[in-house]
Ligand binder design. Structure first.
Ligand SMILES: [Zn+2]
Length: 167
């Protein structure tokens, strides 16, 4: 699991600043403004140094808009796997079935979350609400647990709160 990030070719996505800036209000003066998190992307269709593909950009946009609705870790690696071929490769590298219905995966020890980008593309797959996907992974991170039941419970609570906040 830890080696997946180095095995997948990753490019840097200049989203870290956007995510840091879109936070809930100004931080207190004692707190450093910097968010040490980074967002990278994996695309099967682009070589290093080439522009980020359109699908990848759209996925990154949805990712950023969704992430800011939840409390997130200060220092985390996010890897957006932009296309399905890349996601199948990720599943293979991490010892999972290629056809598994997995939309994201968090490596707690490696402080890295992998997102199946295609599930963030509009129109959304009804089985894969971007909010549900991210809230679930953030719950794993917050609780530092691999328990699906505990993560699902906290994610549900956060999603209810987020919905109330939008009213
Ligand atoms: Zn989970």
């Amino acid at each position: 699991m830890k080696s997946a990030r180095s095995l997948l070719e990753v490019g840097f996505l200049g989203l870290a600043c956007a995510i840091g800036a879109a936070g809930q209000g100004s931080p207190p003066p004692t707190e450093p403004r910097t968010d040490a998190s980074d967002v990278r992307f994996v695309s099967s269709f682009v070589a290093a140094g080439e522009p980020v593909p359109g699908d990848c950009r759209e996925e990154a946009h949805t990712f950023a808009l969704t992430l800011v609705r939840y409390a997130r870790p200060q220092s985390w690696h996010w890897v957006l796997v932009c296309d399905e071929a890349g996601w199948r490769r990720f599943l293979r590298l991490t010892g999972r079935e290629e056809g598994a219905a997995i939309y994201a995966s968090t490596d707690l020890a490696g402080r890295t979350t992998y997102i199946r980008g295609a599930k963030l593309l509009n129109p959304y797959d009804l089985a894969a609400d971007p909010d549900a996907i991210l809230a679930h992974e953030l719950a794993h991170i917050r609780l530092h647990t691999e328990s699906e039941a505990r993560a699902a419970e906290l994610a549900r609570l956060w999603q209810e709160r987020a919905k109330e906040g939008m009213r």
